[in-house]
Design a protein around this ligand. Structure first.
Ligand SMILES: Cc1ncc(C[n+]2csc(CCOP(=O)(O)OP(=O)(O)O)c2C)c(N)n1
Length: 622
């Protein structure tokens, strides 16, 4: 095995060039073997095995900076940079991350996970190198999906102006998570024979230049024609107009072709874009046939491609059914995604109502403002988005949605702790950043019934509504009445202890309450479905008789749900003997399953139970 001897890029460079395909095959098997057990971003990583090898073969990381956009495709990079032996811990609690992590390796230059940052980072690094009078190579590797984000165009525009030496590798596999959309995708995939056309135009130019008298005029017409036709037809010209050299398209599985083009790019004294064509899921037939399912996948059987994960009805499934039903009755409902059709549960809507479905590319800012435009003309856009990616669109929420008081329904999946993707993907800041915005409604459902009720309210609200729900099984009551509650679900148990949760965290509240009941301790339970201070008014009678409170939440602590309650208590001069807070600390939360992280941060029913038991015991002794 060639791979056995490789623990760094220096080891890789000792492998003869003609042996690289053999190494690629070994890495592919290694990836499949491991990811079928741990789960992870399989398809993207399989696609770039050869590209990763050749980059580390030709460049000298970390002096040369290689920046992986998003970082979900960087598994082969991890394997070649010393993490092969711990690769089986990928995405596991306390194991290595599924994304580049500075703390893991000097070859990981940034902690990443959100898309479309690599070109800006490369520009910044190269500019710093120039100021330091260094001349190392700087390479951004970015997929055609990530190339759809506005930030990339901001960076290209700036780099064209800087006119500095750096390399952007456009990894074109025609896929985002689903099939890529839009103009970028079209020009990357134009099948025009570029050298042929360029040659024809050159020959025409030479011929007309020789025509006496009319030559200059014909040449000018030819130039205009050339400009028009090239801009229209040729992928590289768009980049050339922005001040880049363009090389490609290059076959991402031909080492020789990649070597030639990358060495050319290395020599250029200006920014270069090298388009490398790859296949998402390359080498594993199930992933090649269905790259979307294998983009991010849990454990699976290698031989059949079937999932080995338990199937549960999730909040996403409930949203998906709910939207389909609502849209069947309300022709004004439209759905907008930023390249997350499947993850957010929009696939069935897209199939059933294609004319009312919009995938805008990885462009959350545009997603919100585009939706505001739709709303201004009487449509009700449903913006289906992961909590963490909505961070991109904060100004659009304030300026284009809330300020305009436009009916828009933000369905915010993966709220709170989201799991194995870790720091970059937990949706723990949403509540804190939304709570300060006026003229919006913030909701969080626990049960399917809650979700339906909240969605109907949002449909008729004359302003934006935000519905927060997690990556988890939908809540159900077992023993608690499933009624329609107004803003706050209240269980008054004639107790001095009150457990308070918002929306989906009700599960932790009832599970810990059941454990306490077994010890003969009765508790009141408050569950906020609408998260605002006015809603808290309806629970004033419970607060007034409580000596002990336990607030449960999986949001960043500052400015979140507990923060809202503290403000409310202060406004109403409410005092308590003890307020416990079961929640995450103010830090970036690592990766791990939701259950493991809940346990680690005191949010499991057992930990909440113990916390309450200890605190009430102590006060009884006092
Ligand atoms: C801001 C942001 N929005 C959405 C995502 C979710 N996401 C992760 S990878 C991906 C598709 C990326 O496509 P591409 O860059 O072409 O890479 P490929 O997986 O095809 O190699 C998306 C939408 C993200 N990581 N960041």
């Amino acid at each position: 095995m060639l791979l056995n001897a490789i623990n760094s890029p220096a080891d890789l460079k000792k492998i003869p060039f003609d042996k690289l395909p053999e190494l690629a095959a070994e890495i592919r098997n290694f990836l499949l073997d491991n990811i079928s057990k741990t789960g992870g971003h399989l398809a993207s990583s399989l696609g770039v095995v050869e590209l990763t090898i050749i980059l580390h073969y030709l460049f000298d990381s970390p002096q040369d900076s290689i920046i992986w956009d998003v970082g979900h495709q960087a598994y082969a990079h991890k394997i070649l940079t010393g993490r092969k032996d711990v690769f089986s811990t990928l995405r596991q609690l306390d194991g290595i991350s599924g994304f580049p992590k500075k703390s893991e390796s000097i070859h990981d230059l940034f902690d990443t996970g959100h898309s479309s940052t690599s070109v800006s980072l490369a520009a910044g690094i190269k500019t710093a190198e120039n100021l330091l009078k260094k001349n190392n190579n700087v390479i951004a590797v970015i997929g055609d999906g990530s190339f759809t984000a506005g930030m990339v165009f901001e960076a290209l525009n700036h780099i064209g102006h800087l006119n500095t030496r750096l390399i952007i590798i456009l990894n074109n596999n025609e896929m985002s998570i689903a099939r890529n959309i839009g103009a970028v995708s079209k020009f990357c995939n134009s099948r025009i024979n570029i050298p042929f056309i360029a040659k024809q135009i050159e020959t025409f130019d030479r011929t007309v230049a020789a025509v006496p008298a009319l030559g200059p005029m014909l040449k000018e017409i030819s130039n205009k024609f050339e400009h028009g036709i090239k801009s229209f037809l040729l992928p590289g010209l768009f980049f050339q107009e922005m001040g880049f050299s363009y090389l490609g398209p290059v076959n991402g599985y031909n080492f020789q072709e990649m070597r030639e083009n990358l060495l050319l790019a290395k020599k250029r004294n200006r920014p270069v874009i090298v388009q490398i064509n790859t296949v998402k899921g390359k080498g594993y037939s199930f992933a090649e046939q269905n790259p979307t399912r294998f983009h991010g996948i849990g454990a699976f059987d290698i031989n059949t491609g079937h999932s080995l994960c338990e199937e549960k009805r999730t909040y996403t499934d409930v949203f998906s059914d709910l939207l389909y039903k609502a849209a069947s009755n309300n022709s004004k409902l439209v759905a907008v995604t930023a390249s997350m059709t499947d993850g957010t549960g929009l696939a069935s809507f897209a199939r059933s109502f294609p004319e009312r479905f919009f995938d805008v590319g990885i462009a959350e800012q545009h997603q919100v403002t585009f939706s505001a435009g739709l709303s201004s003309k009487g449509f009700i856009p449903v913006i289906a988005v992961y909590a963490t990616f909505l961070q991109r669109a904060y100004d659009q929420i304030i300026h284009d949605a809330a300020l305009q008081k436009l009916p828009m329904i933000f369905c915010i999946d993966r709220s709170g702790i989201s799991g194995q993707d870790g720091e970059t993907h937990h949706g723990i800041f949403t509540l804190a950043f939304l709570r300060s915005v006026p003229d919006i409604n913030i909701y969080s459902p626990f049960s399917e019934n809650d979700f339906g009720q909240i969605f109907s309210l949002a449909e008729t609200a004359g302003q934006p509504s935000f519905i927060l729900y997690p990556r988890a099984e939908i809540g159900n009551y077992s023993g608690y009445p499933d009624e329609n509650y107004a803003d706050v679900r209240i269980f008054d148990r004639e107790s001095g202890i009150t457990i308070i949760s918002a929306g989906y965290m009700f599960k932790q509240a009832i599970d810990s309450a059941k454990l306490l009941e077994k010890q003969g301790i009765r508790v009141n339970i408050l569950n906020f479905l609408k998260i605002d201070k006015n809603a808290a008014e309806s629970a004033l009678h419970i607060f007034s008789k409580s000596s002990h409170l336990c607030i449960i939440e999986d949001n960043a602590p500052d400015g979140g749900f507990a923060g809202m309650l503290f403000e409310f208590f202060n406004d109403h001069n409410l005092k308590f003997q003890k307020i416990l807070r079961s929640g995450i600390p103010k830090k970036f939360i690592e990766h791990g399953s939701r259950t493991e992280l809940f346990d680690r941060y005191g949010l499991s029913a057992e930990k909440i139970f113990n916390q309450i038991l200890n605190s009430t015991d102590k006060s009884n002794h006092e």
